[in-house]
Design a protein around this ligand. Structure first.
Ligand SMILES: Cc1ncc(COP(=O)(O)O)c(C=O)c1O
Length: 393
């Protein structure tokens, strides 16, 4: 589907629908009049087929205990074959209510209180929360910007592992907020370090379908033909791709049988939740029929990115917009124009934008902002207009 059709057919007004992004601005930012470009969901309705399937199920009127549809895995597998060429096996799969919940669960199951867990900031802030809330020791190895490209600092990463002996590494792939889609050789290098030092890898691949043209997602599962399978747990979900976060359906993939048994034993004790009937139905139908919709979505994100980058850098030549390879989240360095301590005053109070502030992702990233691009172009144009005017003032 072309982007004009996608935008025309699927753009939705979300105000007053109990949307976190639109209706919690007063609570979260202290100002209900802001234009929201923060939390990672979209102003786009799901594919028509998904809406119809949910409506039909709702009309049935019975929402008792259900079972996983026999077609669920085949639908997922079909999607994978068409889009990512990652071979997941059904026996690796269990369900959860969200990827963040799974971060907490995996930390609980595979580490002990006081154990170290390593992450690479700037990174999705619930990685920090999960480690700290679970009373594990936070170890960080910052991603570096080298020649305007974000890369892992493998020497530092290995040294931190030697110094702190973490039990777990949480990888963000594709990377939120830096927009990197890690290449196979980059993943192979970091996974080899973890293998060498026996650090279990939790790979958060929730953004795997949001990959811009010219880039190819590589799951940790497929790196070097599955060399690292035994040391890997993958968490992903259809929720970013199809805007389904509110339906609470996500995946946990554990290829190694021993680790899987350990997780299942843990889950028996701590995780007796049923899965989401509506979440699974929506995902299954989206996997089966959402290709055309997803094409329109990607074209829209890509166009919004090129527009925002071109406009920002034309008006404010020293703004640095990170290359966007994947995710719909644009990472922008405003430090050339705004002192890091004044960011909120300019971006929120003057430009009237609700965005994710850089320091949420790393204390070193004050002065950066993250802008959500998964919205109709009119919102992006308005956001950039407001930002440019506020900075120039
Ligand atoms: C890297 C990453 N993991 C997890 C999530 C949230 O996942 P969930 O809503 O399934 O908890 C997000 C949402 O933006 C994310 O960017």
């Amino acid at each position: 589907m072309d982007k004009e059709t996608f935008i025309r057919q699927y753009s939705v007004e979300r105000k007053q629908t109990d949307s976190l992004k639109w209706d919690a601005l007063a609570e979260r930012f202290g100002d209900s009049e802001l234009l929201p470009a923060w939390v990672a969901d979209m102003e786009f309705a799901v594919p028509e087929t998904v809406k119809n399937a949910l409506a039909q199920r709702a009309a049935h009127g019975v929402f008792g205990y259900s079972i996983v549809s026999k077609d669920y895995f085949n639908a997922y597998k079909g999607w994978q074959v068409r889009h990512e060429q990652t071979e997941f096996r059904e026996e690796w799969l269990s369900f959860s209510t969200g990827v963040v919940q799974s971060l907490y669960d995996i930390i609980d199951c595979f580490t002990e209180e006081g154990d170290a867990v390593i992450i690479q900031p700037p990174v999705y802030y619930p990685f920090f929360y999960a480690i700290q809330d679970k009373h594990r020791q936070l170890v960080t190895s910052d991603i570096q910007c080298v020649n305007q490209r974000y890369v892992m600092d493998l020497e530092d990463f290995e040294q931190k592992i030697i110094d702190h002996q973490p039990k777990l590494y949480i990888l963000c792939s594709p990377h939120n907020p830096l927009g990197r889609v890690w290449r196979e050789e980059e993943l192979a290098a970091v996974l080899a370090i973890c293998e060498k030092h026996q650090v279990l890898v939790l790979s958060d691949e929730i953004h795997s379908d949001i990959v811009l043209s010219g880039h190819q997602f590589c799951s940790s599962v497929t790196v070097e033909k599955g060399r690292f399978l035994d040391n890997l747990i993958i968490v992903n979900s259809p929720s970013k791709t199809f805007n389904l976060a509110g339906l609470l359906n996500s995946h946990v993939w554990i290829p190694n049988e021993k680790l899987r048994t350990q997780y299942n034993d843990w889950a028996k004790e701590y995780k007796q939740t049923e899965f989401s009937l509506f979440g699974q139905l929506a995902a299954k139908v989206a996997y089966e029929t959402g290709d055309d919709w997803a094409e329109g979505l990607l074209a829209t994100i890509e166009d919004n990115y090129h527009y925002a980058k071109a406009r920002l850098t034309a008006e404010l030549p020293d703004v640095v917009v990170a290359d966007l390879e994947g995710t719909y989240l644009m990472w922008v360095d405003l430090r050339a124009y705004i002192a890091p301590d004044d960011i909120k005053g300019v971006v929120q109070d003057k430009a009237k934008l609700a965005i994710d502030f850089g320091e949420w992702f790393s204390p070193e990233a004050k002065g950066f902002i993250r802008i959500n691009l998964a919205t109709p172009p009119t919102n992006i144009q308005q956001a950039i207009d407001q930002l440019v005017v506020a900075i120039k003032a």
